[in-house]
Design a protein around this ligand. Structure first.
Ligand code: BTN
Length: 318
């Protein structure tokens, strides 16, 4: 897609009316160029209304991931060098591992349907078409394995912030890798790394977000979706652009700042405190309460026998 066309799309994606003159001024092009690119966008299938004295506005069907809008969002991002979009794929995570050697920079792989989505602890991640947003981020952080412990904390704040900003819903973070709304899971992520000599060369972080209700994912009654929780219309494409902005912001913080800088915000959104938890680690199963999280990312648990445990990774039931 041409640069001007993509830029016009990105500006219209914000949802406001923009006049031809305003767009021309913002992009440093002629009004004729704006008009021609608006016509091209219409030919591409975008529904753009033109209202006298107001300007142009993108009237976009909300539920479907729009590949061109996504391409515009990725092009605008300072973080990602390449986008791979697939209508259907086995798993964005598997695909990331298949192709990551062919690229040097950061890549994002996005799909609206996975046939073999996978979750943490080798669980299946149901990914029916038209119900979710499935993506894998391939990042080259060059940090130590120790630094990596807090990556999920930064990422969870990015996803939860994006849901809050785009929907107004009060999402919460369930340590370490889940986002909940009203005590039901709406998003999970799976972080895998390639590391050598104590340096993390590549992170492959797979994020699955339930956008629309699905018979399969709702079967257990423990999951929800964004549109399940919202009364009003939800625009997945606007959400994606907010999500990318948040990921870029918090990934930069992860690279340059310590967890203590965002700890207060993280704690504000955490939903694991002040309640009984069942914690399954690789070594044991505990019942207890979360007391705190350290600056290094360890969760401090007090069990029923008043023993303190420092947990780095676990499955938690709330
Ligand atoms: C979990 O909660 O267990 C983590 C789920 C991670 C699912 C995402 S969807 C995109 C990416 N591709 C996969 O196969 N898995 C991750």
């Amino acid at each position: 897609m041409s640069k001007t066309k993509t830029e016009i799309l990105s500006l219209l994606m914000e949802g406001n009316y923009l006049s031809g003159a305003k767009l021309a001024e913002m992009l440093g092009v002629s009004r004729t160029a704006v008009w021609k690119n608006i016509q091209r966008l219409k030919e591409d299938g975008y529904s753009i209304e033109a209202v006298t004295n107001k300007g142009y506005r993108l009237v976009e069907a909300s539920g479907r991931i729009n590949e061109s809008l996504l391409a515009g969002t990725v092009q605008e991002s300072q973080l990602f060098d390449d986008l791979i979009y697939k209508n259907t794929i086995d798993s964005t995570q598997n695909h990331a591992f298949r192709i990551l050697d062919r690229y040097d920079g950061n890549i994002v792989i996005v799909s609206g349907h996975q046939t073999s989505g996978r979750g943490r602890f080798k669980r299946e991640w149901l990914s029916p078409a038209a119900t979710g947003l499935y993506m894998s981020l391939v990042l080259r952080p060059n940090v130590t394995n120790q630094n990596m412990i807090v990556f999920n904390l930064f990422l969870s704040l990015a996803v939860s912030d994006a849901i809050r900003e785009a929907t107004g819903l009060e999402s919460g973070i369930k340590w370490p890798n889940d986002i909940f709304i009203n005590d039901k899971k709406v998003c999970g992520f799976l972080t895998e790394v390639i590391s050598a000599d104590n340096i993390v060369e590549t992170i492959v972080c797979g994020i699955g977000i339930n956008i629309n209700p699905s018979v399969e994912t709702d079967a257990l009654g423990t999951a929800t979706s964004i549109t399940d929780e919202l009364d009003n219309e939800f625009d997945v494409n606007r959400f994606i652009s907010v999500l990318f902005r948040k990921i870029e912001y918090y990934y930069d913080k992860f690279l340059h700042e310590s967890f203590s800088e965002i700890k207060e915000d993280w704690l504000d959104q955490a939903i694991i405190f002040n309640r009984e938890l069942t914690i399954t680690t690789v070594r044991e199963k505990l019942r207890g309460k979360a007391l705190d999280i350290t600056d290094e990312g360890y969760l401090i648990i007090l069990d029923g026998d008043h023993n303190i445990h420092k947990v780095i990774s676990a499955d938690i039931e709330i």
